[in-house]
Design a protein around this ligand. Structure first.
Ligand code: CMC
Length: 392
């Protein structure tokens, strides 16, 4: 079988070819299907970008309308699935709840179907894009003990999600268009990032011919960890800790540099970017704008800005090419929008969903796809004889 190369973390191993997303980590460039992220963030919308990622081209007006209509029609959950949320404890983290619920979707829609069958994959795509925000909002409602609302299909994708989270049955919910637009843009910025941990997970699980729901459910759990999607929540915990200990950013940076166990500058560093993350630049500008309006007395933004300033001029970070990544400022925005820290990674999951779907679909159509089955370098004992228990 030839030589096996050891590459922990797949730092130098490409596992597939892909036409979806281009990253140049040294130059700080990100493009979806060739379109620069800056242009998409400014001019496009999350559903349009979802279409682009999944189908490869920007939609025509008719195609976008049809795609949006299909998604809008599928936002309701089966009433039986609504009861599913009753089984979790009140303080359940919404990420495992979301992953379990997505996994459960396959019991409603996939049993006995060929998972790679094209009409089937298409319908699962629509169902996921439609139902994941509903599921995410219900995971949140469960955690605050509020009644679950039905989706309002007269609203757009993000407005509907905001209302499902923050609306109450007894009173009208007023949507702040600036908040809805910012959230749509943040979803767009998260929509794909080539072979990151969760996307690779979706591909690995899907390579066994598991269905789309099962594969996405696994991807959500890969995103949960603090080194990946969980970083947006970890940044906020870090900023609050620094604030509660007197707001000394230099003291925190010193702890990071001394490599105190478990102390990292969360929201900094990236496997691929060795330059400013282009998404972070856009998020930072949005944070400046939106926080001035929504949370003018929020000292955390000030702390984050100071922290960034100190790190960008410190040799530890310069020599390791550590720059702010997309998660450094997102948490501050989500918090100002009213989301609790626990929901931050769920918002990342909603944003990343079209990317996961696009990669699953690319994988099943790629003739080079094989079941993912890495090799290893065995370092355990050589052959030895079994010892009876009384002789050990
Ligand atoms: N704070 C302090 N030191 C760091 C950090 C950080 N955030 N990130 C990397 N380093 C150091 C690391 O200790 C190592 O130093 P040394 O050579 O002295 O041992 C050097 O930089 C190289 O780091 P690495 O761990 O080999 O890099 P990696 O590519 O394996 O890890 C990473 C990438 C993102 C997991 C890591 O930078 C990290 O843990 N960052 C904090 C968590 C975070 O913000 N994650 C979100 C990533 S972006 C959103 C997403 O796509 O998930």
């Amino acid at each position: 079988t030839g030589m096996v190369t050891l590459d922990p973390g797949f730092v130098n191993t490409a596992a597939c070819s892909s036409e979806i997303t281009y990253i140049d980590g040294d130059a700080g460039i990100l493009r979806y299907r060739g379109y620069p992220i800056e242009q998409l963030a400014e001019k496009s919308s999350f559903l349009e970008v979802s279409y682009l990622l999944i189908h490869g081209e920007l939609p025509t007006d008719t195609q976008l309308r049809e795609f949006t209509q299909q998604i809008t029609r599928h936002t309701l959950l089966d009433e039986d699935l609504k009861r599913f949320f009753d089984g979790f404890p009140r303080d359940a983290h919404p990420m495992p709840v979301l992953s379990s619920a997505v996994s459960a979707l396959s019991t409603f829609y996939q049993d006995n179907l060929n998972p790679f069958d094209e009409p089937n994959v298409h319908l699962s795509t629509i169902r996921l894009l439609a139902k994941v925000p509903t599921l995410a909002a219900y995971a949140y409602k469960k955690s605050v003990g509020q009644p679950l609302l039905y989706p309002d299909n007269s609203l757009n994708y993000v407005e509907n999600f905001l209302r499902l989270c923050f609306g109450l049955p007894a009173e009208p919910y007023e949507i702040d268009p600036e908040v809805a637009k910012a959230l749509d843009m943040l979803f767009t910025l998260h929509a794909d990032h080539e072979q990151n941990c969760s996307t690779s997970t979706v591909r690995v699980v899907g390579s066994s011919e598991a269905n789309l729901f099962a594969s996405i459910s696994a991807g959500i759990m890969a995103l949960f960890g603090p080194l990946h999607g969980g970083a947006n929540a970890a940044v906020l915990d870090m900023l609050e800790d620094i604030r509660d200990q007197g707001g000394d950013v230099n003291a925190y940076v010193n702890r990071v540099k001394n490599k105190e166990p478990g102390v990292k500058l969360m929201g900094f560093g990236h496997r691929v970017y060795k330059n400013y993350d282009p998404r972070a630049r856009i998020v930072k500008a949005t944070a400046d704008q939106l926080l001035t309006k929504l949370a003018p007395n929020d000292h955390l933004l000030e702390l984050a800005t100071q922290l960034e300033e100190v790190a960008l001029h410190d040799d530890y970070f310069i020599s390791r090419k550590l720059y702010p990544n997309v998660d450094f400022y997102t948490g501050l925005i989500y918090r100002a929008m009213g989301f609790p820290t626990k929901m931050f990674t769920v918002l990342f999951a909603i944003g990343r969903l079209p990317g996961w779907i696009a990669h699953y679909r690319e994988m099943i159509h790629d003739p080079a796809t094989k079941i993912a089955r890495p090799r290893q370098v065995y370092t355990g004992p050589a052959e030895r004889d079994f010892l009876e228990i009384e002789k050990r």
